[in-house]
Structures are given as structure tokens and as C-alpha cells.
Design a binder for this molecule. Structure first.
Ligand code: TRP
Ligand code: SF4
Length: 331
């Protein structure tokens, strides 16, 4: 008999800001995990609401769009169980069980909370939901009994807290939920157009599927370059240039060579360099953009596929919850 595949769980929170960093940091990895593991990939709308609750009316359209986008980029709803978090209410039941056994001190110590607190106060999101973000994340993972969680270095603290919560749960109720381990993924540093961290609030991001080639080109043309290269005749240094950081992800070895030599000798201009980059980015993005448009042009069919997937997720989540209540002798 084939050995049972380990369970992988991951998700992206819905904020309406799905940019190319999400591809390189999450989606691309998921694709390579789909065959090897039993995968659960979520559209995390409740996590989105912790910061965009005032835009609640947009959430369901954004979630549907994110689902379509995931499929367009190759997440396969036949191989993996995909779901929209709020359509599987079991996440929230488990969240509440976990919330009670999570001391506030554990949450206060989470670095992402400490870093975000000032910003949270200013943006009217210094709220209980956002504070409890890692508890909901623990529930997301445990409800499918996820054993492996692909994350970047920045999420390690959250996952450590997940492990602590699950350990405490197992200890209190003599249960056997797996303590998930991180599948540490290399997240390449992708600067935003202005060189700062890519974020919608800075207005410096490139969307996962820009609406057309023209808007992609426009964005690439806005990118900051080596500041030493002021005039066309000035030689530049690719290693300090964001455009080159992108080339490393999107371009062939020949193109990289062309950039390095051309930049250092002032043989090419930044315009040429950006033009080539935009071309290579467009090659990768074209297919998914078309599929996404097709999926969104027939929302009835898309919604049906979402419903089916969420139902599949729900069956599994329900079973876990039954076991959990049994462990708690809360029947
Ligand atoms: N925190 C993740 C993000 O920022 C989303 C997320 C929610 C998640 N629950 C999760 C990731 C569980 C992995 C496992 O996109
Ligand atoms: Fe950057 Fe390319 Fe211009 Fe060199 S030629 S500074 S790598 S954009």
C-alpha cells in the first residue's frame, strides 16, 4: 500500500493586494508540493478582515478573485484541497478552543505584533482580531491536521506559537494533533518599484497578473535603477539595481550576461534593460492572465468549483473537530 502522504497547509490572506511577491514567496512553492503531499491551500478572508474590516463589502469578490488567481497560476483544485476560510466555519470553532488556552503573554511576545502595534493604532486596527491573528492561524493548520507549513523566515515566530498552542492542547486533553513543522522556503527579496518593501499601501507593487502588458511595462519603467547611473554614458552596477534583482528571477542566463556586461560598460541603456525585463515577465504572466480572465468570465461555474472544494475541506475539518471534542470529553 502506498504510504500516506504528509499533510501540507498554507494560505494567503485576502487584502486585495496579490502581488508578484506572493508568487515567488508562496504560490511557486505550492506548485512543487502538490504532487508530493496532501495539500490544503486557503484563501484567508477572516485574516484579511483583521485589517480591512471596513471594506467588508469587497471581501467576497476579492476572495473569489484570489481563488481564481491561484488556479490560474497552477494550483490544482483536483490535486489539492482549496478553500475560502470563511466557508469552513470549523476554523472559528477551533479558534475559540485555542483562544482559551493561549495566555495573552504569548501573543504580546510575537514580534510581528510588537512591530505593527504603532501602525495598528494609527490605522484603526489595534483590535482583538488582529492581536489574535496567530491563534486563528494555529486553528487553520490544526483543523486539517497539517504537519508541514511552507513559510518564509518572517513567519517562523507565528509557527512557533502554533506549535506551543497545539502542544498545550495535546497536553491538556491527551490529544494527538500533529505539531506542524515549517517547510522553510527561500523567499527572494523583491523590492518594490521605489526600492522599498513591496506593499499596496506604498503604491509600489506589481500585481500578480497586471491587467495587460501595457500596465506591466509601465510599472517596470517606473522602477528605480542604480542611482550612480545618471546619464546613458555612465556605467552602472547591476548588483545594486532592483531591475537586476528582478532579472535574476525572470530572465535566462544569456539575458543576465547581457545585462551585466551591458550595464557595466554602458553598452545598454536602462530603458533597454527594462524593456527586456518586461518582456520576460510578460512571458510568465500571459498564460495565467488569460486563464484568470476566463475563470472570472463565468462566475457561476467558478462559484460551483469553489463550493465543491470548500465542501471537501469542510468534511475533513468536521472530522477533526469531532475528534477534538471527543478528546475534550465535550460531547
Ligand atoms: N499569514 C499568512 C499570510 O500572511 C496567511 C495564513 C493564514 C496562513 N493562516 C495560515 C499561512 C496558515 C500558513 C498557514 O498570508
Ligand atoms: Fe539597472 Fe539595467 Fe540600468 Fe544597469 S542597465 S542600472 S541593471 S536598469
Amino acid at each position: 500500500m502506498e504510504a500516506k502522504k504528509q499533510k501540507v497547509m498554507s494560505g494567503i490572506r485576502v487584502t486585495g493586494d496579490l502581488h508578484i511577491g506572493h508568487y515567488w514567496g508562496a504560490l511557486k512553492n505550492w506548485l512543487s508540493l502538490q504532487d508530493q503531499y496532501e495539500c490544503f491551500f486557503g484563501v484567508m478572508d477572516w485574516h484579511g478582515q483583521t485589517t480591512i474590516y471596513k471594506r467588508a463589502s469587497e471581501i467576497s469578490a476579492l476572495s473569489r478573485e484570489m481563488f481564481a488567481e491561484m488556479v490560474a497560476w497552477g494550483v490544482d483544485p483536483k490535486k489539492s484541497t482549496m478553500f475560502i476560510q470563511s466557508k469552513v466555519p470549523e476554523h472559528l470553532e477551533l479558534f475559540m478552543i485555542f483562544a482559551n488556552l493561549t495566555p495573552l503573554g504569548w501573543l504580546e511576545r510575537v514580534p510581528t505584533w510588537k512591530d505593527a502595534e504603532e501602525e495598528a493604532k494609527q490605522s484603526d486596527t489595534h483590535n482583538l482580531g488582529r492581536f489574535a491573528y496567530p491563534v486563528l492561524q494555529a486553528a487553520d493548520i490544526a483543523i486539517y491536521q497539517g504537519a508541514l507549513v511552507p513559510v518564509g523566515q518572517d513567519q517562523i515566530a507565528h509557527l512557533e506559537l502554533t506549535r506551543e498552542i497545539i502542544r498545550r492542547f495535546n497536553h491538556l486533553y491527551k490529544a494527538k494533533l500533529p505539531e506542524p513543522r515549517p517547510l522553510l522556503t527561500e523567499v527572494p527579496a523583491l523590492p518594490g518599484l521605489d526600492g522599498r518593501k513591496m506593499s499596496k499601501s506604498y503604491g509600489n507593487s506589481i500585481l500578480l497578473t497586471e491587467k495587460d502588458e501595457k500596465s506591466l511595462r509601465k510599472k517596470v519603467n517606473m522602477m528605480v535603477t542604480d542611482p550612480q547611473r545618471v546619464r546613458r554614458e555612465d556605467p552602472g552596477e547591476p548588483e545594486v539595481c532592483s531591475v537586476y534583482a528582478y532579472h535574476k528571477l525572470y530572465s535566462s542566463a544569456d539575458d543576465l550576461d547581457w545585462v551585466v556586461k551591458g550595464c557595466r560598460s554602458a553598452g545598454i541603456g536602462c530603458g533597454d534593460c527594462k524593456g527586456r525585463l518586461a518582456e520576460n515577465m510578460e512571458k510568465l504572466c500571459q498564460g495565467p492572465r488569460t486563464i484568470k480572465a476566463q475563470l472570472l468570465s463565468n462566475t457561476d461555474e467558478l462559484d460551483k468549483s469553489i463550493e465543491e472544494n470548500c465542501e471537501r475541506a469542510r468534511q475533513i475539518a468536521k472530522k477533526t473537530l469531532e475528534t477534538i471534542r471527543y478528546n475534550m470529553k465535550w460531547l
